[in-house]
Structures are given as structure tokens and as C-alpha cells.
Design a protein around this ligand. Sequence first.
Ligand SMILES: NC(=O)c1ccc[n+]([C@@H]2O[C@H](COP(=O)([O-])OP(=O)(O)OC[C@H]3O[C@@H](n4cnc5c(N)ncnc54)[C@H](OP(=O)(O)O)[C@@H]3O)[C@@H](O)[C@H]2O)c1
Length: 317
Amino acid sequence: MRDFTWGIAATGGIARTVGAAIVAEPGMRVAAVGSRDLARARALAATLGAESAYGSYEQLCADPAVDAIYVATPHAQHLQVAEAAIAAGKAVLCEKPLAATVDDAEKMVRLAREAGVFLMEAMWMRFNPLIQRIAADERFGDLRSVQASFGFAAPYDPAHRLWAPELGGGALLDLGIYPFGLAQLLLGMPTGLHVTGSLAPTGVDAEVAGLLHYPGGRHALVAASLLGNYPNQACVVGSQMRADLQAPFWAPQRIVLTGPSMEPEEHVLDPADNGYAGELREVRAATAEGRTESSIMPLDESLAMMGLLADARRQLA
Ligand SMILES: NC(=O)c1ccc[n+]([C@@H]2O[C@H](COP(=O)([O-])OP(=O)(O)OC[C@H]3O[C@@H](n4cnc5c(N)ncnc54)[C@H](OP(=O)(O)O)[C@@H]3O)[C@@H](O)[C@H]2O)c1
């Protein structure tokens, strides 16, 4: 069977990390890299063993040797690249969040569905086997509470994508999507939301603490911040069992399950099986099976998350 081939759009931090994950995955390779700058595309292509390099994302998307495009630009540029990839009929794995705005995300999903092209948000947390174990475990009993934080003190730089509004900056879209996303995965969409926090001088949200309400008093306590070093752990509390997720909870290496009528259980991640490998395999499997969406990270759930994060941001205004 021939290799599944990837085209990587952008040459930044996550493009390099996921590019290395593709190279490490049997039966896959990076066929091409696209960048705003041809020299940067050539440099990353050489590192990853890709035969082609392009000085634009559009040229990358037109490469017939590429099966799937991995979109690794800042959020605000996701739609432009995904649009070109969908128009070229390529499967698309788009970095989280799907886009910088609800409108852009809705447009991207509509275009993919109209074209019958596979699209998935690269929410690698959902592909981590320890997260999947928690989501599937029926021993929690009545799931009462999800508590999770993701925060680090990021040096203030108005031009950096974390702080720049034109690049989709802010703690919610970059970091909050993980704690909010863990609550969404385990408890579903909340019936109510209360947040507090603060804005940066650029106007993007710098820190957010949220209380997500669910029927019967179930809840999630979540936090995301660019202003301080949070524990970055998570805790999932049920009436019969609790799960403690070691930092970084969105890519846990180790979880511990405890409960009144069970011996503590420790589960450790196989390092070869992190969430990047899982999301890459999902794209290949979906393409082989003719599926245009993932049941692990469905597009409607990505859109619902975009709406929830926008609601949270509005409460800070
Ligand atoms: N899944 C994860 O673990 C994870 C981790 C980090 C980030 N992410 C997501 O991945 C995306 C990229 O994050 P990153 O940390 O890789 O960012 P980064 O290091 O700043 O790289 C972004 C790249 O996008 C390209 N780009 C296109 N338009 C740009 C613009 N106007 N300004 C700056 N760069 C632009 C650039 O590459 P060229 O100019 O060479 O094309 C740049 O190197 C974000 O959506 C982020 O949320 C995911």
C-alpha cells in the first residue's frame, strides 16, 4: 500500500512538531511544505524529507502528490488555507481552534460539507489514549464535576499571535479550548456559563475563569491564562470514582483513578501513542473509508465549542 501523503501549511512551532509526528508514523510521509516564504518551506521540507516546497499555501494545496493538508497557521489564517485545500479536494486537518471567529468556522465547515471533503479540528487531546480511557470509563458513577486549568505567564508582546487580535490572540482560543473542551467531552454542552477575567492592552482576553453549569448542579470549573503559571492539571469527579490527570492534562502521560471501593489505579501513556499520532491516523482512516467527518472530533462539536468560547469572551467585554 502506498504512503498517505501530507502537505504542511506553515513552518512554525506546531508545524515542526506535527511534521515530526508524521515522519515517525509508519505508512505516512510529508510530501510537501508550503510557507509564505519559499526559503522557510525549503528548510522545513529538507528537515522532514519532503520532496516539494512552495512559497504559497495555494500552491501547496494544488500539489497532486498530497492527500491531506495540515493547517498550522495562526487561527485567523486557518480559513484561507482550509478554503484552498477544500477547493483542491484535499482532506483537511486544521489546527485548533478551527478558526478565530464563529463565522469563519461555520464557513469552513459549510465549504467542506458542500464539497464532500474531510475536515477535522486537530484537537489532539481527544486522541490521547488516557483521555479516551476516562471518557469511556463507566465507573465514575454520577459525574459531578470537571476541573481543569491551562495557564502560563507568556511574555507580553503585542505582535505575537497569543496577544495580537489580528492573529486570533487570547487565552480562550489558544488555551481555554482545552479545559472547556475537556468539560464538553465529558459533560456535554453546558446549560449556563459564568466567567470572570481580564483583557490585555491589545484587547484580547488575558485570563479567564469559568463556571459551566449542567443540569442537577453538575458543573465544570475551568481556567485559562496568559498571566500566570497554573497547575495545568485536571480532576474529574464522579460519585464512585475520581480521575486525577497529571500536567499537562490535555496530553497526560499519567492518570490516577481512585474511589471508595477500589484500589487506586495508575495508567501511563505509551510515549509512541500520543494524541498527534491518533489524529493523524484518524485522517488516514477516514480518507480510506470515504468518511468526511470524524466521530471522535465531530465538526458540530468544534462549532459548538467556538460558540461557547465566543460567549465566554463576550462576558469579559
Ligand atoms: N495542537 C497543539 O498542540 C498546538 C500547539 C501549539 C499551537 N497550536 C495551534 O497551531 C496554530 C499555530 O501555532 P504555532 O504555535 O505553531 O504558531 P507559530 O509558531 O507562530 O507559527 C505560525 C506559522 O504560521 C505561518 N503564518 C501565516 N500567517 C501568519 C501571520 N500573519 N503571522 C504569523 N505567522 C503566520 C508562519 O509560517 P510561514 O510564514 O512559514 O508560512 C508561522 O511560522 C495555532 O492555531 C495554534 O492554536 C496547536
